[in-house]
Ligand binder design. Structure first.
Ligand code: ADP
Length: 270
């Protein structure tokens, strides 16, 4: 009997071991699939700007060879495609820095009202048919933050507002203070986000099911990076949205009142 008991135990354990092995295989296969999907999306996204860039450079070359003048629009378009690629590569680098815990912050006293204004001016060239309306705060808004990283957050939110709303749409940007907080909102009249997906938007690589990669390019990294930056400044980022109506992204950051209440920890180099 003892012998049978040992045998049964042995078999059960072996089966468990097999089940465990099977589970590990399944997880490994899934991880490989996710990585392969991501590699193919990332390569496609990185390759997309190359064809128009190459065409524009060929046009410039031809014109110069013929001794014709160079059209600044062609150059500007070429530069936009380069900027798009640079942005994608920077997002990939930032995401891997976050994963490794090495995204550096260099915080300093920062005027958030001027920073937003500056970002919106810099984005004029990108806005296409969209209209930007900025509701300024009544007084200066100071935060203790890395200005470069905050610009990245604001840029990402406004770029998404352009990308996911139709031409001619009005984007409302509002900055105000409430209590100890600076509140920034970016509101668009775009496609919106299904309710069950709203919590997942800030996860790495996540793209909502109502955006097909054919009509809207992207890697699903911008909001993941933005959330990391905002939270490491002691802030919060969230969204309110309705499909077909539009979305409003909100960012709350602690105001700089005397000594910073949430000083970001010292950081390794960027
Ligand atoms: P990407 O735009 O490259 O996909 P993000 O991390 O910036 O990456 O956004 C993640 C997802 O969130 C998008 O794929 C889209 O599904 C959704 N999203 C973000 N901003 C908006 C917006 N303004 N309107 C509708 N959907 C949005």
């Amino acid at each position: 009997l003892l012998g049978v008991g040992v045998l049964v135990e042995d078999i059960t354990q072996r089966r468990l071991a097999e089940e465990e092995r099977e589970r590990l295989y399944r997880e490994a296969r899934e991880a490989i699939r996710v990585r392969d999907d991501f590699l193919s999306i990332a390569s496609h996204e990185l390759k997309t700007p190359l064809t128009p860039l190459s065409l524009r450079l060929a046009t410039l070359e031809r014109r110069l060879e013929r001794g014709e003048s160079v059209d600044p629009t062609t150059l500007r378009h070429a530069r936009q495609h380069l900027l798009r690629m640079t942005g994608l590569i920077n997002d990939l680098l930032d995401a891997s820095r976050i994963e490794a815990g090495r995204l550096a912050l260099h915080p300093q006293a920062t005027r958030l009202d001027s920073l937003v204004e500056h970002v919106l001016q810099a984005m004029e060239a990108q806005r296409g048919g969209h209209e930007l309306r900025y509701e300024r705060p009544e007084r200066d808004v100071q935060v203790f933050a890395d200005p470069y990283r905050l610009e990245q957050v604001v840029t990402n939110l406004v770029e998404n507002a352009f990308k996911y709303s139709p031409d001619g749409g009005v984007i409302h940007i509002k900055l105000e203070t409430r209590g100890e907080l600076a509140l920034l909102s970016v509101k668009d009249p775009g496609i919106g986000i299904p309710e069950d997906q709203q919590k997942l938007l800030f996860e790495r690589y996540f793209r909502a099911r109502n955006v097909s990669s054919r009509s809207y390019g992207g890697l699903g990294l911008g909001l993941y990076i933005s959330r990391d930056i905002v939270e490491r400044h002691g802030g919060r980022i969230w969204v309110e949205s309705q499909v077909g109506e539009g979305s409003t992204f909100h960012v709350a950051l602690p105001l700089l009142t005397g000594a910073p209440s949430h000083p970001p920890a010292p950081q390794p180099e960027r």
